[in-house]
Ligand binder design. Structure first.
Ligand code: GSH
Length: 256
């Protein structure tokens, strides 16, 4: 059976979860904690990033590559359009988010979470036993410098640049979805999955695997409040409500 090695709170992992859920692919999930994940993931892929999808003893990493593989090998709705022009445009939008927008937005998000280590642990340890979450909260301050460095959180300018990326992405989805509700052509595609998974870290859509653990810590609440009234947040919530197709995350075997 397929197994997804994942982080709970992560746009790239959410993209792949979304594809698995919407296609009803039977699989297991194993949630890892940032820091301790390194040894596990490196042994499988030689890198440290998640998501990793294991199939037939093969470790596939890179969310775009995993989704392309799922589209080729599993049924359910196709996420990559078949029309050549739409396909090129959807993949271009995915690449722009994956390589540019998402890593930049991640900086203010991680910075807000790291300000309150127990909330960082609540997000990444969501679903884990309380004792494990509490132990992890004690480790987070020690791991924080490595997490900051690994994500380019070097100074206030790096965080400000993340806010610029958030505004750029939110404005983009509003402008691009004005005609049809979707970012590419007139139907739901990988472009919407990618953009909504990234913007979900700011919108935290209710009744979804990206909903915020409660109560929301003050630094994170301030970040969410900063964007709450932007119509791009409304677009994200609407796409989640219409297309996400799962209300929660899980560990172990899902319903498929
Ligand atoms: N381009 C990769 C990026 C994956 C990525 O940056 N994953 C982050 C989580 S959001 C991660 O696992 N970071 C920890 C690490 O790289 O050690 C993809 O599309 O999957």
């Amino acid at each position: 059976m397929l197994e997804l090695l994942q982080f709970r709170h992560s746009p790239y992992n959410e993209k792949v979860r979304w594809a698995l859920d919407i296609k009803h692919v039977a699989h297991r999930r194993r949630s890892l904690l940032p820091g301790p994940h390194i040894a596990t993931v490196k042994r499988l892929t030689g890198h440290t990033h998640t998501p990793v999808l294991m199939h037939d003893g093969v470790a596939l990493d890179g969310s775009a590559r995993i989704i392309e593989w799922l589209d080729e090998h599993h049924g359910g709705p196709m996420l990559i359009p078949s029309d050549p022009a739409e396909r090129a445009e959807a993949l271009r939008i995915q690449r722009w988010f994956d390589d540019d927008i998402t890593p930049r937005i991640r900086r203010p998000v991680l910075d807000a979470l790291l300000q309150q280590p127990s909330y960082f642990a609540a997000n990444f340890g969501d679903g884990a036993p309380a004792l494990k979450r509490m132990a992890y909260a004690c480790v987070v301050p020690l791991a924080a410098p490595v997490i900051r460095k690994g994500n380019g959180i070097t100074d206030a300018a790096a965080i400000e640049d993340g806010h610029r990326a958030a505004k750029e992405a939110l404005d983009f989805v509003v402008a691009r979805s004005a005609a049809t509700g979707y970012l590419c052509g007139n139907s739901f595609s990988i472009a919407d999955v990618t953009a909504a998974s990234t913007l979900a870290v700011l919108a935290r859509p209710a009744n979804s695997p990206m909903a915020s653990p409660q109560p929301v810590a003050s630094a994170y609440r301030a970040l969410m409040d900063r964007y709450a009234k932007h119509p791009g947040i409304a677009w994200t919530n609407a796409i989640y409500a219409k297309h996400r197709g799962a209300r929660s995350d899980f560990d172990g075997q899902g319903a498929g």
